[in-house]
Design a protein around this ligand. Structure first.
Ligand code: NAG
Ligand code: NAG
Ligand code: NAG
Ligand code: NAG
Ligand code: NAG
Ligand code: NAG
Length: 328
């Protein structure tokens, strides 16, 4: 065991450990509404390199739907990003059977009647990249706040919010014309679903994985005009717990987008009440997906490195999302 642990450690120093879960838990989709279909895949390619792929279709018409995708090469940190406004007029959004969202160059859907057991997303961009991914919901759902309903926007506004944190993944990426097959044994997908009945002023959200651990966390800081809500939902195998914490952004390390004019912090400290803490750092400053029509169309979706002391764990990786709905 000691030798094995050491080997794992040696590998971890040069690469991230992306392992899908193989749970037989039966996940289900909520049957009403449709707003955000969001997926992040942590990919080890057959080329032995690692990538983060993000794909998101926001079907809320404010006034247009947003389709966006990005890929980050986790070694060279080369970054590809695209955002398109999708229109109901030239696409399909059908939830009557298996989910089928098809806007031509962007799609998101399910190949199972329950809308969630087996899923896919694709994006064919004109920005030197495309993605074509499939995943299984082979991972037990993480219900945010324990129930899957969180306060979101002016009270009593809420959102349903849940994620399936580590599904098995296959498919491919095309980067600068080169096709890269996904290695399913060393890749995982977090599928996240949100239906919002209101919007807060802005938020910071972390998707957290730890190397070789069944502990997964979804961590929110939600800013209202006069109040901030901070809570972490932690899924440890079969159990869920909700923890209070305090988020501190490091204001000395930030990046300002010349497109959106938004200044994003790039490192944070999260302090939990029992003395546990996490230090989270974005690995590349400009991981913004920019949309020109509304402030809310832009999102920072960045790969982050995680270190600290959390329930006995020390190292992890994940994603930070930062969105501003309105200023002041
Ligand atoms: C995954 O779980 C199923 C049953 O739940 C089992 O048949 C299968 O062998 C498992 N696969 C792996 C790779 O562990
Ligand atoms: C989709 O529809 C919108 C308006 O409804 C139009 O502006 C756009 O060009 C169409 N796109 C395609 C690819 O047909
Ligand atoms: C890429 O360009 C082609 C040809 O101009 C166009 O039909 C297609 O809609 C574009 N796709 C995206 C995602 O912009
Ligand atoms: C969430 O908000 C919607 C719309 O206001 C409301 O219908 C629903 O009952 C709320 N859900 C919960 C669990 O409070
Ligand atoms: C919301 O935006 C303000 C202004 O940029 C920022 O100071 C604050 O940290 C943000 N809150 C969250 C939770 O991201
Ligand atoms: C960003 O700020 C500059 C300088 O204040 C201003 O000229 C520009 O219009 C702003 N752009 C956006 C997208 O708000």
């Amino acid at each position: 065991m000691r030798v094995l642990n050491l080997l794992t450690f040696v590998c971890a120093s040069s690469a991230y450990i992306f392992k899908p879960e193989n749970s037989s838990y039966k996940n289900y989709d909520v049957t009403v509404g449709s707003s955000s279909y969001w997926v992040t895949s942590f990919i080890t390619g057959k080329d032995q390199k690692q990538y983060l792929a993000v794909s998101h279709i926001l079907t809320t018409e404010m006034p247009s739907m947003v389709c966006r995708a990005s890929v980050l090469d986790l070694e060279s940190l080369e970054y590809w990003v695209d955002l398109q406004y999708c229109s109901r007029g030239n696409g399909t959004l059908d939830r009557s059977g298996p989910l089928n969202i098809d806007y031509g160059s962007y799609g998101f859907g399910s190949t199972s009647d329950d809308k969630v057991s087996s899923m896919y997303a694709y994006a064919n961009t004109n920005k030197s990249f495309s993605l074509d991914l499939e995943w299984e919901s082979s991972s037990k759902v993480l219900l945010n706040a324990g129930s899957g309903v969180i306060g979101f926007g002016h009270w009593p506004s809420n959102a349903t919010e849940w994620g399936i944190p580590a599904g098995k993944t296959k498919g491919s990426l095309v980067l600068n014309g080169k096709n890269i097959e996904v290695d399913p044994k060393n890749s995982l997908t977090w599928y996240d679903r949100q239906i919002s009945y209101g919007v807060p002023k802005n938020w910071t959200w972390f998707e957290v994985h730890f190397n070789g651990s069944p502990i997964k966390a979804s961590i929110w800081a939600i800013e209202e005009a006069d109040h901030r809500y901070e809570f972490a939902t932690v899924r440890n195998g079969e159990s869920l717990e909700v923890l209070a914490y305090t988020l501190e952004a490091d204001t000395s390390n930030s990046w300002t987008s010349t497109k959106s004019n938004i200044t994003y912090p790039l490192s944070w400290k999260l302090k939990f009440e029992n003395g546990d803490y996490l230090k989270i750092d974005s690995v590349r400053p400009d991981q913004e997906m920019y949309g020109s029509q509304n402030l809310v169309d832009s999102a920072y979706e960045g790969f982050v490195k995680i270190s600290g002391k959390f329930q006995g764990l020390k190292k992890g990786f994940g994603v930070v999302e930062m969105v501003t709905v309105y200023n002041s």
